[in-house]
Design a protein around this ligand. Structure first.
Ligand code: RTP
Length: 155
C-alpha cells in the first residue's frame, strides 16, 4: 500500500556521549538505515544539564538521575528522528534491553556495550514519549519531509 511520509510513525533516537566518543555513530546509523527506516532529522548537540533533566524527567526520583544527567550533558549527543512503520517498537528491538548485560547479541547494546550506565543509545519507548522527545529536541523546521527512493521497495 501507498505510504505517505507525513503520516508515518516517527521515533526519537539519540547516540549518547559514550557512543559518540567511541566512534559508533556510523555503526549505529547503518543498522537503522539498512533495516529500511528513514532518517528525517539529525544534529550533534551538547545538551545542558537542565536539558538532560527535561529529557529524563520521568526518572527524577531515581538514585541515578543526577549521574545520568551529568553523563548525558558531558559531551556531544547525536540526536535523530527516524521514520517508518513500527519504528518506535522495532527501534527498541534494534537497540536491545536497557542493561547491556541482558541485551541479546545482535542488538546494538548487546553487541556494543557492557554496563547500564554506558549503554550508548536512547530510543523512545512509546508513541507519547516519541512525540514529546521529538518536540523537546527538534524545532518543527528541523524535521524534513521527503520521499526516499527506497520506499517503493521497502513497502
Ligand atoms: P532506555 O529507554 O534507555 O532503554 O531505558 P529505559 O526507559 O528502558 O530505562 P530507564 O529506567 O528509563 O533508564 C533510562 C536510562 O537511565 C540509565 N540507567 N542507569 N545506573 C543505573 O542503574 C541505571 N539505570 C538506568 C540508562 O542509561 C538508561 O538507558
Amino acid at each position: 500500500q501507498e505510504a505517505h511520509a507525513s503520516q508515518m510513525e516517527r521515533t526519537f533516537i539519540a547516540i549518547k556521549p559514550d557512543g559518540v566518543q567511541r566512534g559508533l555513530i556510523s555503526e549505529i546509523i547503518a543498522r537503522f538505515e539498512r533495516k529500511g527506516f528513514k532518517l528525517v532529522a539529525i544534529k550533534l548537540v551538547v545538551p545542558s544539564k537542565a536539558f538532560a533533566g527535561k529529557h529524563y524527567h520521568d526518572l527524577k526520583e531515581r538514585p541515578f538521575f543526577n549521574g545520568l544527567c551529568n553523563f548525558l550533558s558531558s559531551g556531544p549527543v547525536l540526536a535523530m528522528v527516524w521514520e517508518g512503520e513500527g519504528v518506535i517498537k522495532y527501534g527498541r528491538k534494534l537497540i536491545g534491553a536497557t542493561d547491556p548485560s541482558k541485551s541479546e547479541p545482535g542488538t546494538i547494546r548487546g553487541d556494543l556495550a557492557i554496563v547500564v550506565g554506558r549503554n550508548i543509545i536512547h530510543g523512545s519507548d512509546g508513541p507519547e514519549t516519541a512525540k514529546d522527545e521529538i518536540k523537546l529536541w527538534f524545532k518543527p523546521e528541523e524535521l524534513t519531509n521527503y520521499t526516499s527512493n527506497q520506499e517503493k521497495w521497502v513497502y
